[in-house]
Ligand binder design. Structure first.
Ligand code: FAD
Length: 458
């Protein structure tokens, strides 16, 4: 043992890690929660930060604060690098922490399917930094279009391509289209923001592939009503500085000039988990035992998105969603608590996933969803959206965040306004041909005479 009381080290203060820590609140052990960020992040609402609806602090809460009342928990702001499972030591970038039990809940990262060079052009959405960078690019695109003299260049700047039509891709595409068509139209003088083109490219044959086909069809229809061009059965084969190339099955590649590309297409496990030396699935997630422990290492658990497991009841792969991470956290925490209390040796229960359902929103007041718990009702339209809003408010951490988010949502619902339209970081407007600075009140006025430049060049 590491000390007089067993030490349980948890990596990750996301949904899995926090729920594992909470399950240990009455256990006679010391709990150390290690996270490289100081905040717990509500990832399901990240796209609303990326599209300027919410500000970062509304969807994040300091981990230290969340766990402040739990006396047996210590929080370390540190990056975990590897696990020495033989010696039972977690190596940090700047130190080491011995453990008696280890719970790894570090989540996953984006997968570019071997094309990591695409990351700079097509950022994914996982952290606050990702969201504010996407927001910067998104808002700058309209600023650039306002000052761009060249018509094809302006069209390209106002073309947004979202790669991957899972819930995140669908939510992003719907939100971008809606803001361009309703939220920004009055704020620009020279461009018609509603002319922005939003293209959603999906490799599978339908959007929201994990949802039942009727809901996929409804989501596609809702997206198209918002003006999104939906392309399914097409693989993105190139991404470069000026756009995207996609290849529909059995057809030649198609080129799209696009100023903004967002990646929502895949995830992969982190090197930290690979350092365990345990078997991994194709996406690099750890193939865990039915009790969520690592094969041959009963004192090490992997939970949440980082774990690959089939549900003991349905034999289906447990999805990478918040309820699954929370349930896994509680499951691992309770096993550890019981073993600390009674000693090891008793058979451990297998993890059973309670599927509460799935919801995805498509712009203002539209969503699709399935109610879980074996009920299987399909919901569409406003009812699904209202349930989506309720569920997201409920799972947000912090009373203040819930109230503020509710007020912001009501405001945007009524007035189509986005409250967090801040360009942070580099706000250089990317221009090919800068428009003259002479006054023009005409929205959509044509480009100035050929050969003119202005406002300080390109
Ligand atoms: C854009 C987006 C939208 C989503 N929408 C939904 C949705 O609508 N509904 C739903 O149910 N799920 C949704 N999900 C999935 C859901 O967010 C995840 O399933 C859930 O967050 C997984 O929880 P976790 O604890 O496994 O990992 P995470 O929540 O990712 O937490 C991992 C934590 O580990 C920390 N960490 C990682 N590596 C290290 C390291 N080396 N050292 C120290 N700390 C580390 C991270 O900083 C983070 O705090 C969405 C995800 C994304 C990205």
């Amino acid at each position: 043992m590491t000390g007089t009381r067993p030490r349980v080290v948890i990596v990750g203060g996301g949904f899995g890690g926090l729920h594992a820590a909470r399950a240990l609140r009455r256990a006679a052990c010391d709990v150390v929660v290690v996270d490289r960020r100081n905040h717990h992040l509500f990832q399901p609402l990240l796209y609303q930060v990326a599209t300027a609806s919410l500000s970062p602090a509304q969807i994040a809460a300091p981990i230290r604060k969340v766990l402040s009342r739990q006396r047996n928990v210590e929080v370390l702001l540190a990056e975990a690098e590897s696990v020495d499972a033989e010696r039972r030591v977690l190596h940090l970038r700047d130190g080491r922490v011995p453990y008696d039990y280890l719970v790894l809940a570090p989540g996953v990262t984006h997968s570019y399917f071997g094309r990591d060079d695409w990351a700079a052009r097509a950022p994914g959405l996982k952290t606050i930094e990702d969201a504010t960078e996407i927001r910067r690019r998104f808002l700058l695109a309209f600023e650039a279009a306002e000052r761009e003299a060249d018509e094809p260049a302006r069209r390209a700047v106002l073309t947004f391509v979202v790669v991957g039509a899972g819930p995140t891709g669908v939510e992003m595409a719907g939100a971008v289209a809606e803001i361009a068509r309703r939220g920004l139209v009055r704020d620009f003088r020279r461009i018609d923001t509603s002319s922005a083109r939003v293209v959603l490219v999906e490799h599978g044959d339908r959007v929201l592939g994990s949802f039942p086909p009727d809901l996929s069809a409804r989501a596609r229809r809702d997206l198209e009503r918002l003006g999104v061009t939906v392309i399914t059965g097409a693989k993105v084969t190139a991404i470069d500085a000026s756009g995207v190339e996609y290849t529909p099955a059995g057809a030649p590649p198609v080129r799209l000039e696009a100023g903004n590309i967002l990646w929502a297409a895949g995830v992969r496990g982190l090197p930290l988990c690979a350092s365990l030396g345990a078997p991994l699935d194709r996406a690099g997630r750890v193939l865990v035992n039915p009790d969520l422990s690592v094969p041959g290492r009963p004192e090490v658990f992997v939970i949440g998105d980082a774990a690959s497991i089939s549900d003991a009841r349905s034999a289906r792969q447990v999805p990478g969603v918040c309820p699954a991470a929370m349930q896994m956290g509680r499951h691992a925490g309770r096993i550890i608590r019981d073993e600390i209390r009674r000693g090891p040796g008793a058979p451990r229960p297998a993890f059973r996933y309670t599927n509460k359902g799935e919801l995805a929103t498509i712009g203002r007041a539209r969503a699709v969803g399935v109610i879980g718990w074996g009920i299987g009702w399909h919901l569409k339209g406003f009812v699904a959206w209202a349930l989506w809003a309720l569920v997201h408010i409920t799972y947000l951490i912090g009373f203040r965040s819930r109230i503020l988010v509710m007020i912001d949502w009501m405001w945007s619902y009524l007035f189509f306004e986005r409250g967090a339209r801040l360009i942070t970081g580099d706000s250089t407007v990317p221009l090919r041909h800068a428009r003259q600075a002479e006054p023009s009140a005409d929205r959509g006025a044509g480009p100035p005479p050929a050969g003119t430049t202005g406002l300080g060049g390109t």
